[in-house]
Structures are given as structure tokens and as C-alpha cells.
Design a protein around this ligand. Structure first.
Ligand SMILES: [Zn+2]
Length: 498
């Protein structure tokens, strides 16, 4: 049995369903397979979501809740839990991995790996084994939407990269031995970040057309790689389409409650920074933006370790969706309850709308050794709002929304193939379910501490998989270590160093 996973970064279920007729390949997968929404991680950030997908574990276990860890950009070394390909490799299944975020620096796998998002450049070692890069043709890892001001050039680059990526994937799929193949298309996320505009923006319609054209092109490209008779998953790490109108700085709200006080320096910085960001995002800056170091404005903040002096409570946020409040107090529980009650009743003074959709104590949604690094209260802003701790007022309308479109928490889940049911709609799929489901399909044991579930309802009645018992194991880490030592010795012998 073979399994192919196609990751489309940021593909949104509402978008896909709305344009089903323009996307014949994806439509066919949906109509003759299983379709549903896929709930991402909180926060629905690409790094956090992909880390949970590859391990089947919540961010309290992966430790990946932000792009930064202790002020540094994260990489594959930050993921201390075994990934699905490590487990498949342990049981001698061959894997092929292309462009999966957070896989740089590349690690030894039983097969090959071309690293993805967060790879510094093609000049670095970005493949395992190293030699495989000589088989790739014109390969390019990514193109950041942040580097471009000229729309046309950026668009051209996106098409080119997708084209080259798929050609290389086709080559690898046809010429290498694999049981599990997974690749990710990142351009689906970049194009939406760049072209998705608010409804009242002059380029709103044009942007939507550009995005749809790209998806049509991609749909065709995907039909070229995935015409094989194997079980296929198409999934995204989160959805897309949030275009907030107002930003909220809850430190003002906490300040009113006597739980937070602004330092003089912070007040000053917030004001200046607020003004600079407004200038930076103004359309007349389009031509010059690339010359300004973004560090000046978007200083790498650290969600988890931020120093907030003696404040009892403070608010931080994660790109457009998620808000966090950390409580520093002896009678923590009482304050947490008080703050949560307050958040539940928080409304926009202008229109009385709710600002926040979902609120959690961290223990409700996370578990694992990194849980203490996560702030005490976590919440999701509703569609029209986002959190920004550098905003100079409690709540304000944002005027220049060039960069303000972003992720939604629900991504897509599609399954199709010889073992998969036809025309079935599934509910309650979470991003952490993919890893245990795939291990089970191969008849392999699932690590006992995986948080996801096996999606049994996707399988056909007459499929062998449905009769297989789900097996859990707790000694897999020891096995993986042994396997690693064995491989290291083998390598040293080959290099004649021992
Ligand atoms: Zn993403």
C-alpha cells in the first residue's frame, strides 16, 4: 500500500467549495472520496500547525507555538518528538518528503527529504541524502511575498516555482522507491497573503481573480502527479480569508482593571511604532518598502518569554488570530477566572459586537512538557478583529490593510483512494489526526502519547484497514534511539573512521 499526502498551505474549505467547478481534479477527489473541514492548532500558524501534523501531538508536546523560540527562528531541531516519517522509517517503510515546513536542517530518513519553509537558502544543505540535490532540476525552495512590491514579478515567480516543484516531484515519485510520499505547496499561502484584500479595497476583485487563476493552474498540475492508484490525502494546515477591520490591544483593558501598567518607555515606543507602521503600509510606500529593514518595525517579539516587569497580567498576540494573557500572581487561579469572565463579556464599544470567539485556560487545550511555556489564557479573535500589543489604543480601525489578510482556523481535509469511502462528508477532523491515521493504515503501532485519533470512518467497509486493530506503543522512543545509533555506526564505518 502507498500513501500520498498533498499539503496545500492555507487552502480554505469555503474557497474550495465555492470554486469547485473550476477545480476539476480537487472536485473529483471530494466527490469520490471523503471531505471535511480540518481544525488547525491554536494558534493556526503554519509552523505550529505543521509541527502538530507531523507528530500527531499538540503544541504543548511539540513546543512549537511560534516561529520564534527564545528569540530565534525555529528549525527542525526544535521538534523533539518523532515525526511520522521517523516512525515509518523505523518499521522499514520508505518515505519521500518534499518542501515540508520546518524540516530544515534535513535529518536522516529512510528515503529522502527536500526541506521546505524556513530553509535559509538553496546554498545551504537542504536535502537528505545530500547527493539527491544534483538530481533536482532548477529547484527553488520558496519566494517570500514580503520581498516583493511589484505584483506581476511576484506572480510570475510563484507560477514558476510551482511548475518547477511539481516537475521535480513527478521525477522523484517516478524514479524513487517510496511507500509514503508527502509534499507541500507553499505558494497557496503566499498568493493569498499578497492578493487577498478587504471587500472595500479597490483591488479586491482583481485579487480574488488572481488567486482563483492560480488555484486553477495548480489543480491541473496536481492532476499530473496524483493520477496513481494509491490512497491520497489533500490537506491544509489552516484556512484563509480573515480580513480584520479593527485591531485590539488588550493591555489597555487590563490596565483599566488594574492588572497592567504601561512603562513610560513602552508608551513612547507604542506611539512611535504605531505611526511608523501606518507609514510603512501606506500605498505610496509600495516602491520603497523593500529597502526598509523590517526589523525596525516588526521587532521579533517573543510570545512566551516576554519581559513585562511586575505586571499581574499582560497580553500578547499571534499573527491576526490568537491572543494570549499571561498571569504573574500568587493567587493565579482567581485572577485567571476573573480575566476569563471579563473576556467573555468583551464587546466592541462602537457596534456592541463580540471581539473574542473562543476562550481557553491553557490546560484545556494543551498538555505536555512545554505547557509551562504557554501563557495561561488563550483566545481566538472573531472575524473582524485581531490582536496587536503595539497598538496605541484599546481598539481602533485599521486603514491601510495591505498586509492584513490571514489565516482561519479551519483548513481542508480530503481523502481519496482504493481504501477510502466515496462521497462521504466527515466532521471533527483535527490536524493531529493525520499521523495516527496514516500509521494505522500501514498497520503500524501508534505512539501512546499521540493526541490525534485514527479517522476510522474514512475507510470503506470492504477495506482491510477497517478490520485492523489499532495498536499503541510506549517504547518507540528507545527503539528510535537504538536505530539512530546503529545508523551512525554504519555511516562511520562507511567513512572508514572506525
Ligand atoms: Zn500555513
Amino acid at each position: 500500500m502507498k500513501v500520498l499526502v498533498i499539503g496545500l498551505d492555507g487552502a480554505d474549505p469555503d474557497f474550495i467549495l465555492k470554486h469547485k467547478e473550476d477545480l476539476p481534479f480537487i472536485s473529483n477527489m471530494i466527490d469520490n472520496g471523503v471531505f471535511g473541514k480540518l481544525r488547525s492548532t491554536i494558534p493556526p500558524l503554519s509552523a505550529t500547525a505543521w509541527a502538530s501534523l507531523m507528530t500527531g501531538k499538540n503544541p504543548g508536546k511539540t513546543g512549537i507555538i511560534d516561529f520564534l523560540h527564545k528569540g530565534r527562528v525555529i528549525n527542525s531541531k526544535n521538534i523533539k518528538e518523532p515525526c511520522i516519517w521517523d516512525l515509518l522509517g523505523l518499521y522499514k517503510r520508505k518515505v519521500g518528503l518534499v518542501n515540508i515546513p520546518l524540516t530544515y536542517p534535513p535529518k536522516r530518513v529512510n528515503g529522502f527529504m527536500i526541506t521546505g519553509m524556513l530553509t535559509p537558502s538553496e546554498e545551504k544543505e537542504f536535502t537528505y541524502p545530500a547527493e539527491i540535490k544534483y538530481e533536482l532540476k532548477n529547484y527553488k525552495i520558496s519566494e517570500s511575498w514580503r520581498h516583493y512590491s511589484d505584483d506581476k514579478k511576484f506572480l510570475k515567480a510563484l507560477y514558476e516555482i510551482t511548475d518547477i516543484r511539481i516537475d521535480n516531484i513527478k521525477y522523484l515519485m517516478n524514479n524513487k522507491d517510496w511507500d509514503f510520499f508527502m509534499f507541500v505547496i507553499s505558494e497557496t499561502d503566499s498568493i493569498q497573503h499578497f492578493y487577498l484584500k478587504p471587500a472595500d479595497h479597490e483591488k479586491h476583485k482583481e485579487g480574488q481573480e488572481i488567486i482563483l487563476e492560480y488555484f486553477k493552474f495548480l489543480d491541473k498540475k496536481l492532476s499530473e502527479v496524483a493520477d496513481i492508484d494509491c490512497n491520497i490525502f489533500i490537506m491544509s494546515d489552516h484556512g484563509f480569508g480573515k480580513v480584520p477591520l479593527k485591531r485590539v490591544n488588550l493591555n489597555f483593558w487590563l490596565n483599566e482593571k488594574g492588572l497592567y501598567s504601561f512603562s513610560i518607555e513602552e508608551k513612547f515606543k507604542t506611539r512611535i511604532k504605531g505611526k511608523l507602521v501606518k507609514i510603512y503600509t501606506h500605498p505610496f510606500m509600495d516602491k520603497f518598502r523593500r529597502y526598509i529593514p523590517k526589523k525596525l518595525l516588526y521587532k521579533s517579539k517573543n510570545l512566551l518569554q516576554e519581559e513585562r516587569g511586575d505586571n499581574i497580567a499582560f497580553f500578547t498576540s499571534s499573527f491576526l488570530n490568537t491572543g494570549f494573557i499571561t498571569i504573574n500572581a500568587k493567587r493565579k487561579k482567581k485572577i485567571i477566572s476573573r480575566v476569563i469572565r471579563g473576556l467573555r463579556n468583551l464587546h466592541d464599544p462602537e457596534n456592541k459586537k463580540r471581539i473574542i470567539d473562543e476562550i481557553y485556560r491553557r490546560e484545556e487545550i494543551y498538555s505536555g512538557r512545554y505547557i509551562d511555556d504557554i501563557p495561561d489564557i488563550i483566545f481566538l479573535f472573531s472575524e473582524l478583529y485581531y490582536g496587536d500589543e503595539s497598538s496605541p489604543t484599546f481598539i481602533e480601525r485599521v486603514t491601510h490593510t495591505k498586509f492584513l489578510s490571514g489565516h482561519r482556523i479551519d483548513g481542508i481535509f480530503i481523502a481519496h483512494g482504493p481504501d477510502i469511502r466515496k462521497g462521504y462528508k466527515i466532521k471533527n477532523v483535527e490536524i493531529i489526526d493525520l499521523c495516527p491515521t496514516i500509521l494505522h493504515m500501514f498497520g503500524l503501532p501508534i505512539p501512546i502519547d499521540v493526541d490525534g485519533k485514527v479517522l476510522k470512518e474514512i475507510f470503506r467497509e470492504d477495506s482491510k484497514i477497517i478490520r485492523k486493530k489499532i495498536i499503541y506503543r510506549d517504547d518507540y522512543k528507545k527503539q528510535l534511539e537504538k536505530e539512530m545509533i546503529r545508523a551512525k555506526i554504519k555511516q562511520l564505518k562507511m567513512e572508514k573512521r572506525i
